[in-house]
Design a protein around this ligand. Sequence first.
Ligand code: FAD
Length: 395
Amino acid sequence: MSARTLPPFDPRDPLGLDDLLDDEDLALRATVRQWADDRVLPDIADWYERGALPAIRELARELGSMGALGMSLQGYGCAGASAVQYGLACLELEAADSGIRSLVSVQGSLAMYSIHSYGSEEQKQQWLPPMAAGEVIGCFGLTEPDHGSDPAGMRTYAKRDGSDWVLTGRKMWITNGSVAGVAVVWARTDEGIRGFVVPTDAPGFSAPEIKHKWSLRASVTSELVLDDVRLPADAVLPGATGLRGPLGALSHARYGIVWGAMGAARTCFETAVEYAKAREQFGKPIGGFQLTQAKLADMAVELHKGILLAHHLGRRMDAGRLRPEQVSFGKLNNVREAIEICRTARTILGANGISLEYPVMRHATNLESVLTYEGTVEMHQLVLGKALTGIEAFR
Ligand code: FAD
C-alpha cells in the first residue's frame, strides 16, 4: 500500500482505534461527550474548589435520560447497552471529572448492579426504574473505618428479630451516601455476609458527609451510620451470600474505571499538547524541545495502549468471557498509567500545571482516589500474583 492511500495520521487517535467502533458506538460517545462539555466543564473547577457537587440531583436525572445509569443492564428502564458502549461513556465522563464518572459507576455498577444481579423481582421492580431514570440515587456500603482492603473482617452486623432484620454498624468513604435514597449495605449475619437494600429514610440511618478531601472534591463522600436500623425480611438481597456478591459488583465497576481513567489521562494529554505548542521559552515552543516531545510520545503510547486494553476487555465482557483477574489487570495498568500521564502533563504546564485554571492537577489529584478505591494497586497486584503463581499472598 503506498503512503498516498493510507489514512492520515490523527494525533487524537494515533492508532486508529475508532475503527473498532461502529456507528452506534460513535453516536453514543458523541452524545456523552457533548453532555459533559455542556453540563460539567463550565462549572467543574468551581465545584471542585468549593468541594461540592451542588447540581448532583439535576445531573443524575440528565444522566438517567441519556441512558447512562445502569447502562449495560437489561430491562427495568435500563439502556441495555454493550459493555464497550458503557466503557466509552465512562471514558467521556471521566474526561470531564472522575467525580462524575464515580457518580455513574456507583449508581449503575455497584448499587443497581447488586439489585439487578442479586435482588428479588420485587426489589428490582421497586428500585431499578427510578434509579435508571436518576430519580433515586443509590450508594454501596462495603468499606468500614477498620476494614477496607479486607472487607471479610467487617463488623456491621444484621441480626434477626422475628422476621425483621436489625442492622448496626458504620460504613466509611461511601460515594453518594448523603444524597442517596437507597443504600445497598453489606453486613455480617449468622449465615455469612449478606446485602441489604436500605431506604435511607429508615429510622436509625444517617449519612454524614465527609469533608476536607483533597481528591474527588466534586463528588459526595459520606459515612453511613446504622443505628439499629429495622428492616423487613424482604430487605435482604436473596441472590448473594458471602463476599461473592460485593466482589461481583466491584468487578463490574472496576471495568468502568479501566475506561474512565483513560478519559482523565486523555484530557491531561491533550491539554499538555496544546500548551506545549503555544508556550514559548528560549525562543521557541516548548513542544519543539526533544525532552518535551519524549514526554508527549510516551504519554500518547500509554494513553492509547490503555484504551486498546479497555476495548479488548470490553469485547471480552460482551462475549461473557471477562475474568475478574483480567479486570484487575486493566485497573492496575490503566489507573497507574493515567496518573503518570497526568503528573507528566503537570510538568509540561510548569507553574500553570498547579492551577485550577487548567484541568491537569484536578485530574491528577482525583486519580489518587481512583488508585485506591475499588481495590488498591497492591490488591490488584496480589490478585494477579495469585493467578500467576497459584499462591495466595494476601496474608
Ligand atoms: P487499607 O485497606 O487500610 O490499605 C492501606 C494500604 O495498605 C494500601 O496501600 C493497601 O494496598 C495496603 N495493604 C492492605 N493490605 C495489604 C496486603 N495484604 N498486602 C500489601 N498491602 C496491603 N468504599 C465503598 O464501600 N463504597 C464506596 O462508594 C466507596 N467510595 C470511595 C470514595 C473515595 C473518594 C475513596 C477514597 C474511597 C472510597 N471507598 C468506598 C473506599 C475504598 O474502596 C477503600 O478506601 C479501599 O478499599 C482501601 O481501603 P482503606 O482505605 O481502608 O485502605
